[in-house]
Design a protein around this ligand. Sequence first.
Ligand SMILES: Nc1ncnc2c1ncn2[C@@H]1O[C@H](COP(=O)(O)OP(=O)(O)O)[C@@H](O)[C@H]1O
Ligand SMILES: Cc1ncc(COP(=O)(O)O)c(C=O)c1O
Length: 302
Amino acid sequence: MTTTGVKRVLSIQSHVVHGYVGNKVATFPLQLLGFDVDPLNSVQFSNHTGYNCFKGPISTEKELANIFEGLEENKLLGHYSHLLTGYIGNPLFLRQVGEILRRIRIANPDLIYVCDPVMGDNGSMYVPKELLPVYRDEIIPLADIVTPNQYEVELLTGKEVRSEAAVWEAMDWFHERKIKTVVISSSDLGQPGILRAFLSQINGPRLAIDIPKQGDKDLFFTGTGDLFASLFLAHSHASGDVTEAFEKTIATLQAVIRRTVEQMPRQRSSGPVQAWERELKLIQSKSEIEHPKVVLKAQRLN
Ligand SMILES: Nc1ncnc2c1ncn2[C@@H]1O[C@H](COP(=O)(O)OP(=O)(O)O)[C@@H](O)[C@H]1O
Ligand SMILES: Cc1ncc(COP(=O)(O)O)c(C=O)c1O
């Protein structure tokens, strides 16, 4: 089956009952941007792992193989234009994703694999450390597009990334593994109040966007990386122009975060912001997902 003109994503990520991370944050934007989404849940948690506690099952590789068998026996694999993977909580499940990818690529050699190697943020891992070698040695080399954050780049390359020169060196680490497009969704390179996002393409542009940090200094958001990956998948498919895809992705993220900050139930002075108060105002941002207004432009660096 040919997937020319088909927009259908198999999205293997977390499901949370409350809040917006993983498949809960990726599905709505992809659907609004015209994609059929087939969510396959790697875990089913009560809420994301940044709350005081989280409960719920982590899927096993056997459960994944079983669901996949159903798709395969019904000859549905050729229907996918994209595979998107995010939060996965078990190394054997992740290894099974590699096997699934090989089988979907047999059915559709044009499949685009977008890998968000979700492992942690700000210097700490929130998945078992055994996932790192599986991502690094088995899964990342199979990807077309990767969207790590700064910390995940450091884990994968085994090198500190604290300067722009180090960013480009890290980009080459990915390109040497034949990954065409690498997007570092955010980095803190020491410029106060600024997050810098980077994009590099083999035989293509090297881009950076400076993002003024929204919210108080120590306020942070969860699900933004997952939202980034889903939006970038959609916009890069819609436009052959990777600069436009990068700018639109950041534009929507900024609008969602702005609304989230503005609609926080109470002011920062009344104690630390609770995890539920920081949940992204995703549904309320429908219009900015459909029609991103680009304010922050990309700088071309090559
Ligand atoms: N405090 C913030 N202010 C403005 N933008 C932010 C902020 N936090 C995250 N973002 C947006 O979210 C995107 C994803 O970044 P980030 O959340 O750091 O990724 P990850 O969740 O993978 O660590 C960034 O490109 C940026 O557009
Ligand atoms: C269950 C789950 N999925 C996904 C994520 C990834 O979130 P982010 O998009 O902020 O990287 C997290 C982070 O805490 C999580 O707990």
